[in-house]
Design a protein. Sequence first.
Length: 87
Amino acid sequence: MKYISDEESNRAILQGPTRSQWPVKLSKTEKDTFLKDGWQDFVRYYSLWNNEYLIFRYDGDLHFNVAILDKSGCERENAFRQILGLI
């Protein structure tokens, strides 16, 4: 986020494993950038818990592709099931 924090918009798009897109608000302080409005919807939809990791790949224009990893560091299995409509 350090290198994109100067971009003018305060809105970003998160794209999760199901390819769904989630608009979120970026809140900036002097040192940090936080995800706000819309972030909780993303968390609920993907049932994120403690000890899971997210990898954010920046695709430009404030669009992030998000991978969800379990505590072992493997991509979370149910993320693929959601894509296939199995859960």
